[in-house]
Ligand binder design. Structure first.
Ligand code: 5RP
Length: 256
């Protein structure tokens, strides 16, 4: 009986293998590709791992705005006891932090901010950024200015050779909209009013298409000099110090 079973197994195995050879094309197994959301979660976790050993119960963390920053908030919330609280770059971020039970401080009451962690719409290899896709650019720029270390977290699609494929957001006092738009045209751009959006500061956004951004530091200053502009989404005068980039090969770190 045992011999028969063994013999039957062998015959079945032979049958299966000859069937596979004649009917199936076996292709090499593709490694699973991470989705954009998974890449965002990976860089968010990498940022938490980077700052955590440097935090203590008095530390306050600056937190940015957007889907990648949201992943960072969710990962940071797992370590609530390791720091005191956060400063938020938008009302949406403040609400998410509070939802996790993380105390949110007004920036004016905070004298020492070691880290600011935020996403970006684009980064070049020098860590000059375009930000403001979520209309929070002014508060983001203020918190970044105060922080000692600005850590930018982004999925790999955000790294570009030259900034500007993403339209450059400019926050504008509402009554200056047409004046600023004309000045932006003179600088070579095509400004488009972001319909239905008011910033947390009560202002409007012009998204500037087709801008030639070969000198981001100079262009940032030029645009900020237009009367009626609150600020623009170029983070070049104060670029990021560290870029954590989520790629299929793992999290890459770029330093200035
Ligand atoms: C908001 C921002 C965001 O950092 C930027 O838009 C990137 O967002 P996301 O992480 O959702 O891609 O500047 O004003």
């Amino acid at each position: 009986m045992t011999a028969c079973l063994t013999h039957c197994h062998r015959s079945l195995a032979l049958l299966v293998s000859s069937y596979k050879e004649s009917h199936l094309q076996i292709s090499p197994v593709e490694p699973t590709r991470m989705t954009q959301d998974q890449l965002k979660q990976a860089v968010a976790q990498a940022a938490v791992d980077f700052i955590l050993p440097k935090l203590d119960d008095k530390s306050i963390v600056g937190v940015g705005t957007g889907s990648t920053a949201n992943c960072f908030i969710d990962a940071l919330a797992q370590h609530k006891g390791a720091f005191d609280g956060a400063v938020a770059s938008s009302e949406a971020t403040a609400a998410r932090l509070k939802g996790h039970g993380i105390p949110v401080y007004e920036l004016n009451t905070v004298s020492d901010l070691e880290f600011y962690v935020d996403g970006a719409d684009e980064s070049d290899e020098h860590l000059n950024l375009i930000k403001g896709g979520g209309a929070a650019l002014t508060r983001e720029k203020i918190v970044a200015a105060v922080a000692k270390t600005f850590i930018c977290i982004a999925d790999g699609s955000k790294l570009v050779p030259v900034l500007g494929a993403f339209p450059l957001p400019v926050e504008v006092i509402p009554m200056a909209r047409s004046h600023v738009a004309r000045a932006l045209v003179k600088l070579g751009g095509d400004p488009v009013y972001r319909e239905g959006v008011l910033t947390d500061n009560g202002n409007i956004i012009l998204d500037v298409h087709n801008m030639n951004i070969t000198n981001p530091v100079e262009l940032e200053a030029q645009i900020n000099n237009i009367v009626g502009v609150v600020t623009n989404g170029l983070f070049a005068a104060r670029s990021a110090d560290l870029l954590l980039l989520g790629t299929q090969e793992g999290v890459m770190t770029l330093k200035r």
